[in-house]
Write a protein that binds this ligand. Sequence first.
Ligand code: CP3
Length: 357
Amino acid sequence: MQSNITTSPFAAPETILDGSRFVRACLRRPVDRTPVWFLRQAGRYMQEYRDIRKHHTLVEICKQPEIAAEVTITAAEKLGVDAAIIFADLLLPLEPMGLDFEFQAGEGPVVYHPVRTAEDVSKLRTDRAADLAYVAKAIEKVAAHFQDRLGIIGFCGAPFTLASYMIEGGGSKNYIETKKMMYNDPSAWRMLLDKIIVVLTEYCRLQIEAGADVIQIFDSWVGALSLTDYRAYAYEASQRLVHAVQAMGVPVIYFGVETAGLLGEMASTGADVIGLDWRQPLDEGWAAVGHGHAVQGNLDPITLFAPLDVLEQRVQEILRAANGRPGHIFNLGHGIVPGTPVENVQAVVKMVREFKL
Ligand code: CP3
């Protein structure tokens, strides 16, 4: 665990060894080498996780801090990465807000009574974020285990992406119900985002107090929005959440997919780090974000199925595009998928560790 005092952007550490290299990179401070971790680094591609999943549902794992911490630690140690993301799920805050859901095998999440009207929104509760303390307990255990060796990442969904799950009732292709509420009932939409922000701010506070060094905000599906609609319906809510989290003394990573047209706007939320997907070369994405922010990314996760020589070319291309500029965190452009060979993920860690410009 890092003390949040030393990771605060306002307190300058003295040497290159102060703070984990992951947190240093988030703050664009010089590092001895590029830090690396992977989106969905704990998951079904890993045998150890599949073994635990035989005996517990996803939500059971999340709600038992001992098991959630074990899953988090096992994945980070097996890969030799520089950061551990807490094992949890984006949808957990729905339950204390009054929305029950489940993960159906192979189908993704299903929310039983999706939010469709202003009345549905008005019924959502915002006073029970403390019910999510099980995630904080898991973070405490992970922080106690790693001490200062690794950065510990807490996370939550971004207001838009979480709202889309609540409204659609699950994943979506065209976000028709979400956009219908945005366009047709903007006051219900605003009320929904306001309520989500209240709960997520409290949820992030629990995670930070428990030892999260950095918070990643997943706006996974924001790429469904035009720039105009991002500005009109999502930007302000994301910005408020980013600022609320930063005010608690930790850097924020703001991540989305298919966001090439939104990067400048996402950066103006003030997030310390912007996640880049693989559809654009890293240097172009970074230029769009602006060099006053760090970036995280951006290997295509499916490259992990390629032979090692091809994989190495793609890894090196990203590291060369970053060009040693302080503030690059090596990662994928989206999560590791089931079936990914673990040894290829480990090979990428080695490639990043050994890379020299
Ligand atoms: O190491 C890690 O990253 C694991 C922790 C983690 C999970 N979910 C566990 C999980 C994290 C960071 C998440 C975030 C999450 N959850 C996101 C944002 C990340 C992204 O990919 O953009 C989203 C959109 C969700 C919602 C969600 N959870 C979906 C759509 C699904 C089903 C799709 C799938 O991969 O099966 C889940 C299930 C889920 N959450 C799994 C894991 C390991 C796999 C299912 C399982 O174990 O049964």
